[in-house]
Design a binder for this molecule. Structure first.
Ligand SMILES: NC(=O)c1ccc[n+]([C@@H]2O[C@H](COP(=O)([O-])OP(=O)(O)OC[C@H]3O[C@@H](n4cnc5c(N)ncnc54)[C@H](O)[C@@H]3O)[C@@H](O)[C@H]2O)c1
Length: 247
């Protein structure tokens, strides 16, 4: 019998790589995104069976509840996220961030992760899962204060880091681990909002492993956290950053 994994942000650069990798690992994928047609396309050609795409706004409480009511979910990867830039296309200074942009960012990045974790744990309380796994998405920006993002984004990802620890403590009794990955600079659409390819070499020089990361690098770490070998890891944030930031 397959294990079902709900992946949010499945239409994104990193989400697609996670869909592909976890399908190869034998999971049945529920590919969830605000953009269901793109989530559907993320499933094109992936191996395995039982995959489906759904429209899901992670900031919509009723929709997140429904996602768990409709489906038996064994594992969750909460990769959906936003980074809002100024209309000029520039990284906004803290003094220029509107309250509505601040609130939208918290609502999707941190409240969305909370809703997914809450509903997953509620569902697992009703109907226990074996070797349950929840993987959230933080960011190196939350650890360093960020150079390319915004204060709203950085704060939202800091909240994910703390939520993961609180969730890990409470989920342990259900046999569920709760962790996060903290990607560094990853060649995916969010990074390309602030970095054009001609600057890759200069940026790579500041990364000990000498290159920008790939979505597949992140997907590999997520696959590890979902696997049996990671069964004794909980409350952790795994850095996937090429050494850009070391603890
Ligand atoms: N790319 C990077 O360098 C980088 C670095 C650190 C962390 N991250 C994090 O990794 C994750 C994926 O990033 P990415 O680069 O693939 O971004 P992306 O913009 O390519 O993908 C994000 C996806 O989330 C979806 N989404 C946005 N709001 C949503 C909502 N309310 N409900 C459901 N889906 C929603 C979007 O439609 C999109 O498909 C994000 O959480 C991001 O913060 C990325």
């Amino acid at each position: 019998m397959f294990r079902r994994c709900l992946i949010t942000g499945a239409a994104g650069g990193i989400g697609r790589a996670i869909v592909s990798r976890l399908a190869q690992e034998g999971f049945a994928i529920t590919a969830a995104d605000l953009k269901p047609a793109q989530a559907e396309s993320a499933l094109d050609g992936v191996p395995g069976e039982g995959h489906r795409a759904i429209a899901l706004d992670v900031s919509d409480e009723a929709a997140v509840k429904a996602a768990f009511a409709d489906d038996a979910v064994d594992c969750v990867v909460a990769a959906a996220g936003i980074l809002l830039f100024a209309p000029s296309g520039d990284r906004p200074a803290l003094t220029d961030i509107s309250l509505s942009d601040w609130e939208l960012t918290q609502r999707i990045n941190s409240t969305g992760t909370f809703l997914l974790l809450r509903e997953y744990l509620r569902a697992a309380t009703r109907s226990p899962v074996d070797d349950g796994r929840f993987v959230g998405f933080s960011s190196v920006a939350a650890q360093l204060g960020g150079y390319r993002s915004s204060a709203a984004y950085i704060a939202s990802k800091g909240a994910v880091t703390s939520l993961i620890k609180a969730g890990a403590r409470e989920a342990a009794a259900l046999g569920i681990t709760v962790n996060a990955v903290a990607p560094g600079l990853i060649d995916a659409p969010m990074l390309r909002q602030s970095l054009s390819p001609e600057n890759d070499a200069a940026v790579s020089a500041a990364i000990p492993l000498g290159r920008i990361g790939t979505p597949a690098d992140v997907a590999g770490s997520v696959a590890f956290l979902l696997g049996r070998d990671a069964g004794y890891i909980t409350g952790s944030v795994i850095d996937v950053n090429g050494g850009y930031r070391m603890q």
